[in-house]
Design a protein around this ligand. Structure first.
Ligand SMILES: [Zn+2]
Ligand SMILES: [Zn+2]
Length: 233
């Protein structure tokens, strides 16, 4: 009732363009532009990369066959372009944390047939966290834990050193940059657990793979989920 009154006094506006919004944070126009970026089959069954040809079925890509990653599967809902890029930038650099919940809502269906039992966000280093004031991955993870009714474990996986910006680094450099940067506070907590590891964007997968390596070492299986996948470094 109170919310209904509020909606009349302050009609919900789109978080991206200010037009009158639908219930979930974006207007019809922005919502359809976001959907235009949605990743669809065929994709790699392991890393989730979409194949260029729209024909054929999902299968493991060459890279995953040659060098299997530490996660069982990685999935992204969208390509990191257009309105999706706008939304993530607004959250990450614009500090508009209200974008996290509607984004999580659009992403939750992308874990496919996997059934994780806990949600873990990719952590920021404390220095970076202080600078930004929030961890965008935690905000998305918190919303996902609510939607999927799974516990949120946000303080047991730690980033032990500031790895700086990965933007502009080549794949090999990214891998080296995050190597050994994560640790578990309570490894026993993850033994035999299927973890949903959440980040905002996957680029080469180096960060997600490094976190997965640490989780796997303690006996966990990792399904990685990101809002978007960058198509260029
Ligand atoms: Zn809009
Ligand atoms: Zn792959």
């Amino acid at each position: 009732m109170f919310k209904a009154v509020l909606d009349i006094v302050f009609p919900p506006v789109c978080l991206l363009c200010g037009a009158r919004a639908l219930k979930k944070g974006f207007c019809e126009g922005c919502a359809s532009l976001i959907e235009k970026e949605r990743i669809t089959s065929p994709i790699c069954t392991v890393c989730g990369i979409p194949f260029t040809s729209s024909r054929g079925v999902d299968h493991a890509c060459g890279r995953c066959v040659e060098q299997p990653p530490s996660f069982t599967a990685a999935r992204s809902a969208f390509i990191f372009e257009g309105r999706v890029l706008d939304a993530i930038h607004k959250l990450k650099y614009g500090g508009d944390t209200s974008v996290a919940a509607p984004l999580a809502d659009l992403v939750s269906g992308s874990i496919g047939g996997h059934s994780p039992c806990m949600v873990v966000p990719v952590p920021l280093h404390t220095g970076r966290l202080r600078e930004r004031g929030f961890n965008q991955s935690l905000l998305v993870a918190r919303e996902l834990s609510r939607i999927l009714s799974l516990p949120l474990i946000y303080d047991r996986l730690k980033r032990t050193r500031d790895t700086g910006q990965q933007v502009g680094l080549k794949a090999v450099e990214r891998k080296k940059n995050v190597s050994g940067a994560f640790t578990l506070v309570e490894p026993g907590l993850f033994k035999g657990k299927k973890v949903l590891l959440v980040d905002d964007v996957i680029t080469t997968g180096a960060t997600l793979n490094e976190c997965s390596k640490v989780l796997k070492r303690s006996g966990a299986e990792v399904i990685a989920l990101t809002v978007a996948r960058a198509v260029k470094l």
